[in-house]
Design a binder for this molecule. Sequence first.
Ligand SMILES: [Zn+2]
Length: 313
Amino acid sequence: MLSRSLRRRFGVTSFAICVAIFAMASAADAVEPTKKVLVIGIDGCRFDALQRAETPHLDALMEAGAVAQPTRIFPARYREADTISGPGWSNILCGVWSDKHRAMDNEFTAPNYEEYPHFFKRLKQAQPDAATASFSDWSPIAKNILSDSDVTLDAEREDHNYQLSDVEIVAAASKHLREADPTATVVYFGQVDGAGHADGFHPSVPTYVKAIERVDGYVGELLAAIESRPTRANEDWLILVTTDHGGSGTSHSNGHENPEVACSWLVVSGDAAHRGKIAGERGQVDLVPTALKHLGVSVDPAWKLDGEAVGLK
Ligand SMILES: [Zn+2]
């Protein structure tokens, strides 16, 4: 039989072990959630038309995040590039303006993506195990701008029917977001720009507004895919949504002086994001530093990025 003092000591030891186990369990619970980024690009989407449209999913993202609007699509220092998709998506995905990446239009005659690459390259330099994926249906994104993507879908059709190819995009991207373990994913939808070129870029144009509403449904599918992940509870997703330019009439080329064309917007949403309007004059080039900061990548001054992280706590 144990003496009273031994029993007391045994009791104290048991208590100490329990405390130690509890502390270990708490430490395990407190493990940093895995940081992940989803960029959603909606080509040619005017903010006033977005506000006119019924967009419950984009509205929810804005409510759960920070919004920069308007956002510059070219810098004060340089306006030689056209106000079209090639320069716009290069600004957004490479984090520098056209005087650096040299995508001046949609011809990609002499781009300098070697020196100013798609941000997937910077992410992989810092985190070689990071998993990257790009889903788009405007081919130059995959063929010209993209680099270091583990999974790539270029769904552009010969007939350039973006309404059809966007369906393929959302299906593939949702599956990837549900089943894979992606660190950074870019999903691009082309049909809003397609509707603008066909019928007009304006909140009063029903087909243009309807295209925005369809894409909002796809945004909902992407978000539902993320929420269905078995590991979601221990993940910290940052959702970035943006556009490359607006439009006026059925065009947006050479729109530097037209605010209907020459402005974008940026949504930064998720647990890591502030709530409300992002102050100051922001630019498309802010998306890359924002994504990299969330993923824990320090920006090297040698990369000469033009923007800064915005909307994060
Ligand atoms: Zn565009």
